[in-house]
Design a protein around this ligand. Structure first.
Ligand code: HGY
Ligand code: MN
Ligand code: MN
Length: 410
């Protein structure tokens, strides 16, 4: 018999190539692309084989449901995301979905029904790698989506509204009484568990995130004839801003991080002084006040640089998520299940964002981290030991058993 944790990892590998990737080289699976739908079809098959009924909601999340021992019971949602960053590893996102399917496969093959239903959610847009907004689909499920956020276009100018029915999108919302709790298993994407020599850890909370889109305007000019002191060079201004963001975060506490991940030179050419650039800025910290103070300082420096260089600056906030603590009682259940799986319980914080941050507005949340080699993620070299995924699966099953023992249907 194949062990579920091993199968979960190999299924992530199976989905890492075309037709499940947008690109022939490496894995890029963006929200609502043909590869996204191909991966959903495969997941739907695996969900059905595990004993679930399968549906898609209006936000194009794929959902499998395994009924409770009694009808109409609230559900424990086990979720994670199916989309990826560009040139991604295989496990950031899908592993949590695959483990959810394995949980249900294990219960259904043993003929076990819990007093609550179990639903596996494959969320669609966690990374924000296609549209300039992230976690759209979990926000729809939690009911926290501002419809204005759906008025977005991808890099090719395709509007979200051309791909899905935006008017129907909020109907993906779940009634709070239909959801008991949310559990997400995810690779750690950092080096802590590896340093501790541990396969898994209980997450205590997720750091606050802010994202901006910045545009810098200068004057396009001839690279051979525009004297240096007469230039309004947008690229040079952007470069100074990127380094300013880095220096603010470097000088701050260890949990403060600032990243410029996308830079674009509009109509750039080797012999043209740049007239327009844009870039993204992502700022995070364990608490929102620290994050906001750093973002304010970075933006103050951007304005100073723009003034000095006589450049125009436009700043648009595209993403703002508060820090999200996990539920203390659920953390205790994960710790207990960890002990029962013969590992010392260990708690750690998440610097990466997860759909759990959004789901926390709907229900109590828990997250289980799985060790990944070297802490490497958002990189094709991402690696998970299948034996660690097997430990995670045992802990998830133990967690569910304990949740069943504490569940009060009244
Ligand atoms: O950006 C993040 O933290 C995550 O990987 N979505
Ligand atoms: Mn990610
Ligand atoms: Mn992820």
């Amino acid at each position: 018999m194949v062990e579920g944790g091993f199968r979960a990892v190999s299924r992530c590998d199976e989905l890492a190539v075309q037709p499940f990737s947008d690109s022939p080289e490496g894995l890029t699976r963006t929200y609502l692309s043909p590869a996204y739908y191909a991966a959903q079809d495969k997941l739907a098959q695996w969900m059905a084989e595990a004993g679930m009924s399968v549906r898609r909601d209006a936000a194009m999340n794929l959902i499998g449901r395994y009924e409770a021992s009694a009808p109409d019971a609230p559900a424990l949602i086990i979720g994670s995301h199916l989309d990826s960053v560009r040139n991604a590893g295989h496990y950031d996102g899908p592993l949590g979905i695959m483990l959810g399917i394995e949980v249900v496969a294990a219960l259904s093959s043993a003929g076990v029904r819990m007093p609550f239903a179990i639903e596996v959610y494959a969320f669609g847009d966690e990374e924000g790698s296609r549209f300039p907004a992230a976690m759209l689909t979990s926000r729809a499920v939690a009911g926290t989506l501002d419809p204005v956020t759906l008025d977005v276009a991808d890099r090719d100018g395709v509007m979200l509204g051309e791909l899905v029915d935006i008017a129907a999108y909020p109907s993906a919302k779940r009634a709070p009484e239909s959801v008991l709790a949310y559990l997400e298993a995810h690779i750690e994407q950092g080096p802590v568990l590896e340093a501790q020599g541990l396969a898994i850890g209980t997450v205590t909370g997720i750091a606050a995130q802010l994202r901006f889109e910045i545009e810098v305007g200068g004057t396009a000019g001839h690279a051979g004839t525009t004297a240096m002191d007469l230039r309004r060079d947008a690229v040079a201004g952007m470069a100074a801003m990127v380094l300013a963001a880095e220096s603010v975060a470097t000088a701050g506490p260890a949990d403060l991080v600032a990243t410029v991940g996308v830079v674009q030179v509009h109509l750039g050419a080797a012999n043209v002084v740049s007239g327009k650039c844009s870039f993204t800025l992502d700022v995070r910290a364990g608490v929102a006040t620290r994050r906001d103070a750093a973002a304010d300082e970075i933006l103050r420096l951007f304005r100073e640089i723009a003034n000095l260089r006589d450049l125009c600056l436009s700043v648009r906030k595209v993403h703002d998520l508060p820090a999200s603590p996990c539920d203390p009682a659920l953390m205790d259940l994960l710790d207990k299940a960890t002990g029962a799986a013969s590992q010392t319980p260990f708690r750690l914080v998440s610097g990466a964002g997860h759909d759990a941050m959004i789901m926390a507005t709907l229900c109590p949340t828990a997250m289980l981290f799985i060790r990944c080699r070297g802490g490497v993620s958002h990189n094709p070299a991402e690696h998970v030991d299948p034996a660690d995924a097997e430990v995670a699966l045992r802990v998830m099953l133990g967690f569910i058993e304990q949740l069943g023992a504490t569940f009060d249907p009244a």
